[in-house]
Write a protein that binds this ligand. Structure first.
Ligand SMILES: Cc1cc2nc3c(=O)[nH]c(=O)nc-3n(C[C@H](O)[C@H](O)[C@H](O)COP(=O)(O)OP(=O)(O)OC[C@H]3O[C@@H](n4cnc5c(N)ncnc54)[C@H](O)[C@@H]3O)c2cc1C
Length: 463
């Protein structure tokens, strides 16, 4: 017997925005969000407490309201006017161009939830936060049953997996390399403060988590050398404020294969640079087409993209906020930070050294051992659910209620987020949104992706 209309598993940005969209729709419904954290709306990304851990896009790009691109800017104007985030004044830019701390973005999401709850109350709708982890799911023809970590059982008409990202630094993995056991959690501010301020720090991974780690080391007063290792040694580019550029993919529908798109994109970037405009402008026009291009691509093309283009895509597309990029540049200029192209082979035990890793440098046959006072895992996100040692992904895969998505990135679903089981049957009861759909859409994690999916899924669930 289901006493709930919609059960949302995970109360980060995805689960919370889905609740917001459901509450705003006419009709009375009971929504329950199952989330072990004490607050909804924060999840992994927006629980950040370090002010230097900012959004990677400015306020103008990070609205959670698909119908109002200025929503975050408007909220932020009020927040600043009420005395919030006084440090913003140091940036001396218009509010729309500020890169807010992720913790403050979490407050914005929470306020939008509170407002939606007031709207929902008029319709007789409610949302309840249940603090627990969902450890198992069963589906029937009329309902879904969730088993919680505290032995409670919940029944609902529909369930949505909004379980988010499994950050490698925080995720217990099957066939673990042991990295996490030896490494400092880059988002554990207290642990980062305990690192020997003069000791060498080795960071594995050179993406945006590494930039977060640099901010925390800076706040902790770290003065020692920092060595960053990643397979290609590529750093995220800095995000600049861009002029508009023509949406060249919208104008030419013959551009479909990744090779054609890449060739046209390079040409557009050349033209932009020749016109004195940033290469980032044409690149950003591609964003709205990514889901279509990815879902049209063959398995082979997707594989080739991931193998050959992904590192460059990540460093060019997932760009660094200006403050983080400036810090990185300064540390390099001072000779304190070095970036190396090398892949981690494993951990080593070296007498007298707090931590040592074996690395194979690009272009070299032999591996070398590097020792440091502290090791930080910034290898990004584990998207392969088969490797995630958490009860829910394992149970869902064991039961065949889900199957891995394309290239084992997240799980498979139809275009509207209904989960596809191991036998290829599309569920009428179980849905997913956000990062678990990475394999379906390639970009399925950013604020704007999540906000759009939440609106579309809410409309589907109330039909
Ligand atoms: C550190 C970091 C920084 C980021 N910065 C940006 C940025 O600047 N701009 C941008 O556009 N995007 C950014 N992202 C992408 C970001 O993931 C999305 O914007 C968004 O946070 C995804 O929300 P989510 O709710 O799907 O995932 P999450 O934030 O991962 O939240 C998922 C929630 O589900 C809960 N959960 C998981 N499993 C269960 C279970 N079995 N039972 C109950 N609850 C469960 C977790 O506790 C968690 O709170 C960032 C991501 C990270 C990790």
């Amino acid at each position: 017997m289901s006493d709930t209309d919609i059960l949302i598993v995970g109360g980060g940005l995805s689960g919370t925005m889905l609740a917001v969209q459901l509450l705003r729709l006419p009709g009375s419904r009971r929504i329950r969000v199952i989330e072990p954290r004490s607050e909804l709306g924060r999840g992994e990304a927006y629980s950040a407490t370090e002010l230097g851990h900012t959004l990677n896009g400015n306020a103008a790009r990070m609205s959670v309201d698909p119908d109002n691109p200025d929503d975050l800017t408007q909220w932020l104007e009020q927040y600043l006017a009420s005395g919030g985030w006084p440090e913003a004044a140091q940036q001396a830019v218009p509010v729309a161009e500020l890169f807010p701390p992720r913790g403050i973005f979490g407050l914005y999401v929470q306020q939008r939830l509170a407002e939606a709850q007031a709207v929902g109350a008029h319709y007789g709708s409610s949302v309840e936060h249940i603090r627990a982890e969902v450890v198992d799911v069963r589906t029937g023809s009329e309902s879904v049953t969730l088993q919680l970590s505290d032995d409670r059982v919940l029944h609902g008409a529909f369930a949505v997996l909004a379980t988010g990202m499994f950050a490698a630094a925080r995720t217990a993995q099957r066939q673990s390399s042991g990295l996490n056991a030896a490494a400092v959690d880059p988002w554990d501010v207290q642990a980062m403060r305990r690192i020997d301020p003069r000791g060498r720090v080795v960071i594995i991974g050179s993406g945006l988590t590494m930039v977060d780690a640099l901010e925390s080391l800076q706040q902790a007063g770290h003065r020692g050398p920092i060595d960053v290792y990643s397979r290609h040694g590529l750093l995220p580019h800095v995000r600049r404020q861009l002029p508009a550029w023509v949406d060249f993919l919208a104008l030419d529908h013959t551009l479909r294969s990744p090779r054609q798109v890449m060739r046209a994109l390079r040409e557009q970037c050349r033209q932009a640079q020749a016109a004195g405009i940033d290469w980032q402008a044409p690149l950003d026009t591609v964003r709205v087409h990514i889901a279509r291009l990815w879902s049209q691509a063959s398995e082979r093309q997707k594989r080739q993209f991931v193998r050959h283009v992904r590192p460059w895509w990540e460093s060019h597309h997932h760009r660094s906020p200006p403050q983080g990029a400036a810090l990185l540049e300064r540390l390099q200029r001072e000779g304190r930070l070095h970036v190396h192209a090398a892949s981690l082979q494993g951990l080593e035990a070296v007498a007298g050294e707090p931590v040592s890793v074996r690395l194979r440098f690009r272009g070299e046959d032999r591996s070398r051992v590097v020792s440091a006072a502290a090791l930080i895992n910034s290898t990004g996100i584990e998207y392969d659910w088969r490797r995630v040692a958490r009860p829910l992904p394992q149970r869902l895969l064991e039961r065949g209620l889900v199957q891995p998505g394309p290239l084992a990135l997240g799980i498979a679903a139809d275009a509207g987020g209904a989960v596809v089981d191991a036998g290829g049957v599309v569920s009428t009861r179980l849905f997913a949104m956000g990062p678990p759909l990475r394999g379906m859409w390639w970009e399925s994690t950013a604020v704007t992706d999540v906000a759009l999916q939440a609106k579309a899924l809410a409309a589907r669930l109330v039909l």
